[in-house]
Design a protein. Structure first.
Length: 503
């Protein structure tokens, strides 16, 4: 026997109904064991709901029936509907909330949806046994949250709730006791209707209410919509097809379909950088300044991206962890022809200064560090960079404490490999430093160049399936491009010679 719990998952269907009508059948049956077959079949409250059809409960009829309670436009509209309606207040429990009601789906924890009775005919012998066998409880809130709220991002949708109000009159005032029976969501963008729970095929749902006394209700959810005629269905499909084609054309107009390539003989290195976090620094309220030093032959079209500053963050925990999450990206350009002439290029470096801002605007250097940008190989990288600060004895420590010691250096590139150093040896012996904290950074590197295209690089076919460093790629591609340049120069010289003879 199929467990009815499997049918609770929402049903997703493209709207193809001529009229969207949903039928609810509900009845209170307190004890199935002693219930007769006629009681199981007769006296069900039946109500059909159209999409976004407003059906009032007894409380709403009392509230909106009094014009003094109606302030907003929708409340005044409900008041007119009740005045023109011939239906008086009755004991019916089925009603609906539509999109205009802004109903908050806050379900009582006592609402329990169960699998219970069977919709078989009375002459079937095992009907009662199957009812009791499928009497398995599960929490309505849990499944509704999973099925409705976790269906993905619905950019534009309408909602409708089919409800049951099991309240009662207390001194001529209706005290409502509302419960959700069915939720319908319509995604206008994708033209999809989501129904939760699913339509009842054989077994109804059971709603057990635990208040002063235990009350048990059984209800079916049925699709009472008419099938759309074949001619209208074909016309509808044609309209949907035209709408899809129109949306696709708008997307093609909005988005640029051409793939931009860098100029010839140019290597573009796309760097996506994130300053993640820092920890173990002495003072709080920390921010980071960074600077990218480009060697010769390296350029950046937007030089303003080569330096920047993060927001100020306050540390937490024993390690004084500060989380920045500061992201930036830039594109570095390199002339491939220069690589063929001079060999391997020098690497760019990025330098960091961690700064704290104390009271009285005392800015202190919490640490300096640097990293050679790993441009040789496109990949994802993560580094934990140890930091240190410069010190010059006791006077330096006193100055740091009282007035701050931010930027107590002439050139930050000195902590790495400054451009001013011409020789092969750079001596830092005797410099006094103090180790501080750690700065965590993350970066993604992407290469882009026309030299990587197959028509410029025949060796790429042989290297397919294994990673290559940028130098391996450029060696083969630059050689091919150099031969092409020699042939073009020879062709121009030959044309000039022929032209000189003719003159």
């Amino acid at each position: 026997m199929k467990n009815k719990m499997e049918n609770f998952n929402p049903i997703y269907q493209t709207l193809n109904k001529y009229t969207a009508i949903y039928r609810i059948r509900i009845k209170e049956i307190n004890d199935l064991v002693i219930a007769t077959d006629s009681e199981l079949k007769e006296n069900w409250e039946i109500k059909e709901f159209k999409w976004q059809q407003k059906v009032f409960n007894n409380f709403e009829k009392q509230f909106y029936g009094d014009e003094k309670n109606c302030v907003t436009d929708i409340e005044k509209q409900y008041n007119l509907s009740l005045i023109n309606s011939v239906n008086a207040t009755d004991d019916r429990i089925l009603f609906s909330y539509i999109d205009n009601d802004n109903f908050n789906c806050d379900i009582e924890s006592t609402s329990i949806l169960k699998n219970t009775c069977d919709r078989k005919q009375a002459h079937e012998e095992n009907s009662l046994e199957e009812i009791l066998e499928n009497n398995e409880e599960y929490d309505y809130r849990h499944y509704l949250d999973e099925a409705i709220e976790d269906v993905g991002t619905l950019d534009d949708y309408s909602v409708m709730f089919i409800m049951a109000d099991m309240g009662e009159y207390i001194q001529e005032n209706w005290v409502k006791f509302e419960h959700i029976l069915c939720t319908l969501k319509y995604n206008k963008e994708k033209n999809i209707l989501i129904i939760c729970p699913d339509f009842s095929q054989r077994l109804p749902y059971r709603l057990q209410l635990n208040s002063d006394s235990i009350r048990t209700f059984y209800y079916f959810i049925e699709n009472a919509s008419e099938d759309i005629p074949e001619e209208l269905a074909q016309k509808e499909n044609e309209i949907f097809k035209k709408i899809s084609e129109y949306r696709l054309s708008l997307k093609n107009i909005t988005l640029n379909t051409t793939f931009e390539l860098p100029s010839k003989n140019t290597l573009e290195v796309h760097i996506f950088f994130e300053i993640v976090s820092g920890q173990h620094f002495e003072y709080d309220d920390i921010y980071v300044k960074y600077f990218i030093d480009l060697p010769e032959k390296w350029t950046c079209k937007n030089s303003g991206l080569l330096n920047g500053i993060t927001q100020t963050c306050r540390g937490k925990g024993h390690s004084n962890l500060v989380t920045f999450g500061h992201v930036f990206d830039l594109i570095l350009n390199y002339d491939i022809q220069d690589f063929f002439d001079k060999g391997f290029p020098k690497y760019p470096y990025i330098y960091f200064e961690v700064i704290s801002r104390g009271s009285w605007d005392r800015y202190r250097c919490e640490g300096l560090t640097f990293k050679c940008l790993p441009i040789a190989k496109p990949d994802s990288y993560h580094f934990d960079l140890p930091c240190y600060r410069l010190t010059d004895g006791r006077m330096s420590d006193l100055r740091r404490f009282f007035i701050g010691d931010c930027s107590n250096y002439n050139d930050i590139t000195w902590i790495g490999l400054p451009k001013s150093v011409k020789g092969s040896i750079f001596n830092k012996y005797g410099v006094q430093t103090v180790g501080t904290g750690t700065l965590s950074v993350r970066m993604n590197v992407i290469h882009q160049s026309q030299a990587f295209l197959t028509k410029y690089n025949e060796a790429a076919q042989l290297a397919r399936g294994r990673e290559k460093y940028i130098f391996d790629k450029l060696n083969s591609s630059t050689l091919v491009k150099s031969v092409e340049q020699v042939l073009e120069a020879f062709k121009r010289a030959r044309e000039n010679m022929i032209q000189a003879r003719n003159t």
